[in-house]
Design a protein around this ligand. Sequence first.
Ligand code: BGP
Length: 482
Amino acid sequence: MKIKGFPNNFLWGGATAANQVEGAWNTDGKGPNLADAMVAGSNTTPRKITLEIDESKYYYPSHKAVDYYHHYKEDIALMAEMGLKIYRMSISWARIFPKGSEDEPNEEGLKFYDEIFKELKKYNIEPLVTIYHNEMPLNLVTEINGWSDRKCIDYYVKFAEVIMNRYKDYVKYWIPINEINDLTTNVGNWNHGGILNEGTETFQDQKDDPNKRFAALHNQFVASAKTVMIGKKINPEFQFGTMICHITVYPLTCHPEDILLTQQEDQLRNRFSGDVQMKGKYPYYMKRYFERNNIHFEVQPEDEQILLEGHCDFYTFSYYMTNCITRQTDVAQVSGNIMGGAKNPYLKATEWNWQIDPVGLRYTLNHIYDRYNVPIMITENGLGAKDILEDGKIHDDYRIEYYREHIKQMKLAIDDGVDLIGYTPWTAIDVISCSTGEMAKRYGFIYVDADDEGHGTYQRYKKDSFYWYQKVIATNGEDLSE
Ligand code: BGP
């Protein structure tokens, strides 16, 4: 029996985030955000956080990033040439509200995104806008310790309302908060929660206060739900997606304790945030988790109704790896973006030790669709790898291989019956890495000539994967050959 292909209106796309592409960190009224306070690191050097930004002493990669602020026309033209139907991007909060607490938005910042949306429209590329992608105005970190303070809800909702009103004729798909479940881990404190606890010096080694962290997550749930409610009034056609950093977990062995631990890990890391945003209420297992771990945070009586009314319409997630869970402590470990785990003997890993698991994507898609029964988009998936530029060419067959295997599994999941509507690989164009701040950890279909210290021509080159993906899109996923 021939397997079903991708639907005709499938949204083939690409993704980026403002702080990782734009640069122009203090141009046209933009204020510093928390990403601007992160010093470059590497696989072995943690990223230092400096509230006082000192460019004479440190290199901060977001300050120039890949200079999309000055190259966006060329970059969007390249995305159009590749055939993208959808482009996932984010809006820099500090470009619109430089301190986060102003009464009036920064018009220059708003104009920049007017231009982006006009450009996308010119090429018929649908924008998918992440309102908050790992960057809040630095002032909100120093003034109120980010999302741990309930005041942050109002600041964020104001920002969201301003941009939804301004861009209502251009944007239909919105993601209120990137990888909202990252706050279930310690590493989420800083760049997801804007929380800097005393003693934290690096992104990799943060001091944790679970009370503040889960308060911040609760505040994000409420802010997201309010945004959905306001957005639906601005335009009832708006569609809102949750965005989960989906760390699919397998038991390392069939020992019942490993199975149970895996279930608990899945509940906490993946399901919890998805459940709140899709079903509109806290799941039973989190109530017990908070009690057992003595976690307390402020909940207002009206929050329950807000969460219920402001649930999301579709489900999106990032998928880079799967990890194994076990009660054993003496097993080999692998890393990951929000958490690592036990090494799976059947999988290979990237140079950054993230395990590659295409079949796990089919499993994950079925797992999610079974639970929520709503349209799904994969809003991040990709390979961070070192590329070599030679005679204007980049032969990234390893990236093509990665995508081919994942796309095959997406096709099988569609055949299983999953309502997969779009795919925005990470990334459309090379960006600076979030966890390490490197340029060398490249993800794009388009190469940017810049290095880890910000040297280079910043010229753009099409990688072999660019041409490959162009063909995949043109044939609607039918031709995955070299
Ligand atoms: C996700 C983030 C992205 C992106 C990606 C890859 O968690 O949403 O912003 O950076 O991970 O991670 P890294 O850049 O650390 O390789």
